[in-house]
Design a protein. Structure first.
Length: 171
């Protein structure tokens, strides 16, 4: 779809939403979450999109996104390099916000006084990359296992649960 076609369709949707909003003021008995709907309409007005890029391991998803965004935001490598879900938002300053499984959040900002080094990028590469010694492990299964079971068990319980998880996933 060309941009002018998109603009016409977007404007038509925005007009339709305005009509719906006026009609709803008269009769608000529907089950629509207006806050959620208005948020989506605001995103449409501001040309903000949610895009999911999925594909096989090492198929170039991070490289594709870097080219699409015009900046080296995601770490890339010949081998699998990112193994986490990563959300990218437009911001004035580059930073990385990490939400760990235990609930704590860490924010890493790029230190502009060291232009040769991007601390946020380096931290993302450190935490999202699959380390060489773990490349043969079923990383997705292990991450799911850790999130599901947390620190609830001792070593022998961990070992048994992990064996069960690997068996259930045909590994």
């Amino acid at each position: 779809m060309k941009f002018d076609e998109y603009s016409k369709k977007r404007d038509a949707i925005l007009k339709l939403f305005d009509k719906y909003k006026k009609a709803r003021e008269e009769n608000s008995n529907d089950a629509v979450d207006m806050e959620l709907l208005e948020n989506k309409v605001d995103n449409l007005k501001n040309n903000k999109f949610l895009v999911a890029v999925v594909g096989e391991v090492s198929s170039g998803k991070s490289t594709f996104l870097n080219v699409l965004l015009g900046d080296d935001i995601l770490p890339t490598d010949i081998l699998q390099n990112t193994s986490d879900i990563i959300e990218i938002f437009e911001a004035k300053e580059q930073y990385l916000e990490v939400r760990y499984a235990d609930g704590h959040i860490e924010k890493i900002e790029d230190d502009l006084s060291t232009p040769e080094k991007n601390e946020a990028y380096d931290k993302l590469k450190e935490i999202a990359a699959v380390k060489e010694e773990y490349r043969d492990l079923p990383v997705a299964i292990l991450k799911h296992f850790l999130v599901e079971h947390g620190g609830q068990y001792n070593h022998s319980h961990w070992e048994n649960l992990l064996k069960e998880e690997c068996y259930a996933n045909n590994f």
